[in-house]
Design a protein around this ligand. Structure first.
Ligand code: SAH
Ligand code: SF4
Length: 470
C-alpha cells in the first residue's frame, strides 16, 4: 500500500492552542466560564481522544460538568464498530433536544468514528439539526478552530473529509485518572478484516516516533502514574512505517528501562503479527504485564479466511502455546464474533472447541453487526438471527464457566495488585488490578490508591476476584 507517513508540524498545534486561548479570552470578556461535558463511546483510543478534547476545552477556559442541562458545550465522541453503539449515540443525541430547548445557546458537537462515515455525517446533517459541529478523528487536532467557527459564524460546521491520517504530537491533554494512563503508540489500521469499519474511519497505520513515546512514558511515571497501557489497533505492526528499525518488541525493551514501580500493558495484538520476539520481550521486561489480549474472532478456518484474518486456528493455537512457554502465568483474553455471514452451526462449534482448548481468562463476545462499506456486509447471511442468538448465549455460558474456574484457582493465593480507586460506599471499597491484569475488589483503605499492595484472594466470580490487603 503506497502511503507516505505524515506528521503534522508542531506549529500547527501551537496555532490551535492560540485559537483556544483566544476563545478563553473571549469567554472571560463575556464574564463567563462555560461548562463542558465530553461523553465517550467505544474503545480506549476514544477515551484517549476525549482526554485531548478535554485538554483543548481546558485551554479554552472551560470548566467541566456531568450534567447535560448545565453544560454549555457537549461533545459526544462516537463509535462505529457495531450498530448497537451507533444506536445508543443517536438515541442520546436525540434526547439532547430537551437540554437544547432549556438552554438554546448550548453547543452540541459530534466527533469520532461514527461521523467519519459519509452516510452517518449526512444523516446527522439531515435529521439532527440541534448538532452544531461534526468532526471526524482526522480533524480532532483542529477542534479549537472548528469551535471558533461555530461561535463566530453561528452556523453548522461539518469537518469529515476522508483522510489516511497524520501523526499529531503536542495536543494538550487532561487525563481522566492519576494512577492509570493511556499512551497511544500508533493510529489507524491496514488489516481490513472484512467485517470491520475501523480501517475506513481511522485511516492507515502510522506510528509515533519512539522518542515521543518514551518521553511521554517518562513524564507519566515521574507524575506518579503506575499503570501505562500502550494503545494501537494492532500494536504488533508498530514501527513498520517508521523505517527506523524499532519494532514493538524493541519499544517494550526501551520503555522497560524507565525506572520506578510501574506496570506496562498494551492492546491490541493481532495474532498474525504476534511473534516469538514479542513473547520473549514480554517475559524479559519486568515492567511488562503477562497479559495478552489476542482476539481470535472465530475457530473455523473457513470463517477466519472469509474474515481476512491471516491465520488458521492451528496457527493461533501454536502462538498461544509458545506465549505460554515464555510466560507460564500468562493471562489470555480475546474477542469473538458470533454469526459472521455464512458461518454455519458446525463452524460455530469449532469456535466453542477452540475456546475450550485455550481456556481464556476472559472474553469479549459480539454478535456480528453489518457495517456499511465493508466486504462482509455484501456476503449472503442466511442463518436466522434467533439461531445466532442461541449460539451467542452458548458461547457466553462457556466463557463464564471457564473464567469462573480460572478465577477460582486464585483463591487462597496472595498476589501483588495495584490499587486503582477507592469508593467508601462500596462493600469492597478498593478496586485493584493484579500485575497481569485481573480485577480485584478489596477491603482496604483509601491511602493505598496508587500503590502496589499484597492482596490475599478470598473469593472470585467469572469477572473479578475479591480479596483483602495484607
Ligand atoms: N483492532 C482490534 C479491535 C478492533 S474492534 C483488533 O483487531 O483486535 C474490537 C472488536 O470488535 C473486534 O476484535 C471484533 O471482535 C469486534 N468487531 C469489530 N467489528 C465488528 C462487527 N462488524 N460486528 C461485531 N463485532 C465486531
Ligand atoms: Fe478491525 Fe481487523 Fe483492524 Fe482490528 S485488525 S481494527 S478487527 S480491521
Amino acid at each position: 500500500m503506497a502511503y507516505e507517513r505524515t506528521e503534522l508540524p508542531r506549529a500547527q498545534i501551537e496555532a490551535q492552542e492560540a485559537v483556544a486561548h483566544r476563545i478563553a479570552a473571549r469567554f472571560a470578556a463575556e464574564g463567563r466560564r462555560p461548562l463542558a461535558l465530553v461523553d465517550t463511546y467505544g474503545c480506549q483510543q476514544n477515551e484517549s481522544d476525549s482526554e485531548r478534547i478535554r485538554g483543548y476545552l481546558a485551554e479554552m477556559g472551560c470548566g467541566f460538568t456531568d450534567d447535560e442541562f448545565a453544560a454549555d458545550i457537549i461533545v459526544v465522541n462516537t463509535c462505529a464498530v457495531r450498530e448497537h453503539a451507533e444506536q445508543r449515540v443517536l438515541g442520546n443525541v436525540g434526547a439532547l433536544n430537551h437540554t437544547k430547548k432549556a438552554k438554546p445557546g448550548q453547543i452540541i458537537a459530534l466527533c469520532g468514528c461514527m461521523v467519519q462515515q459519509p452516510h452517518m455525517a449526512e444523516r446527522v446533517k439531515r435529521s439532527y439539526p440541534i448538532v452544531n459541529l461534526v468532526f471526524g478523528p482526522h480533524e480532532l487536532w483542529r477542534f479549537p478552530e472548528l469551535l471558533e467557527r461555530v461561535l463566530n459564524e453561528r452556523r453548522r460546521v461539518f469537518a469529515v473529509a476522508g483522510s489516511e491520517g497524520t501523526v499529531t504530537e503536542g495536543i494538550p491533554r487532561r487525563r481522566d485518572g492519576q494512577v492509570k494512563a493511556w499512551l497511544s503508540v500508533m493510529y489507524g489500521c491496514n488489516n481490513f478484516c472484512t467485517y470491520c469499519v475501523v480501517p475506513y474511519v481511522r485511516g492507515r497505520e502510522r506510528s509515533r516516533r519512539p522518542e515521543e513515546i518514551l518521553a511521554e512514558a517518562r513524564e507519566l511515571v515521574a507524575a506518579g502514574y503506575r499503570d501505562i497501557t500502550l494503545l494501537g489497533q494492532n500494536v504488533n505492526s508498530y514501527g513498520k512505517d517508521l523505517g527506523s528499525g524499532t519494532d514493538f518488541a524493541e519499544l517494550l525493551y526501551r520503555l522497560n528501562d524507565i525506572p520506578g514501580d510501574w506496570v506496562l500493558r498494551f492492546m491490541t495484538s493481532h495474532p498474525k503479527d504476534a511473534t516469538e520476539k514479542l513473547f520473549r520481550a514480554m517475559a524479559e521486561c519486568e515492567h511488562c504485564a503477562h497479559h495478552l489480549h489476542l482476539p481470535v474472532q472465530a475457530g473455523s478456518d473457513r470463517v477466519l479466511r472469509a474474515m481476512n484474518r491471516g491465520y488458521t486456528a492451528a496457527e493461533y493455537l501454536e502462538k498461544v502455546a509458545l506465549a505460554r512457554q515464555y510466560m507460564p502465568d500468562l493471562v489470555l483474553t480475546t474477542d469473538i464474533i458470533v454469526g459472521f455471514p455464512g458461518e454455519t452451526a458446525e463452524e460455530f462449534e469449532e469456535t466453542l472447541r477452540l475456546v475450550e482448548t485455550v481456556g481464556y481468562d476472559s472474553m469479549f463476545t459480539f454478535l456480528y453487526s453489518p457495517r456499511v462499506g465493508t466486504v462482509a456486509a455484501g456476503l449472503p447471511d442466511p442463518r436466522p438471527k434467533a439461531d445466532k442468538q442461541r449460539s451467542f448465549e452458548r458461547l457466553v455460558a462457556l466463557a463464564t464457566d471457564i473464567s469462573s474456574q480460572r478465577h477460582a484457582a486464585y483463591v487462597g493465593r496472595t498476589l501483588e495488585a495495584l490499587a486503582e480507586s477507592y469508593d467508601a460506599s462500596a462493600d469492597w471499597p478498593l478496586t485493584a488490578r493484579t500485575r497481569n491484569g485481573r480485577l480485584v475488589h478489596c477491603k482496604g483503605g483509601a491511602a493505598l490508591v496508587g500503590q502496589f499492595v499484597p492482596v490475599r484472594i478470598t473469593g472470585s466470580t467469572s469477572w473479578s476476584l475479591f480479596g483483602e490487603t495484607v
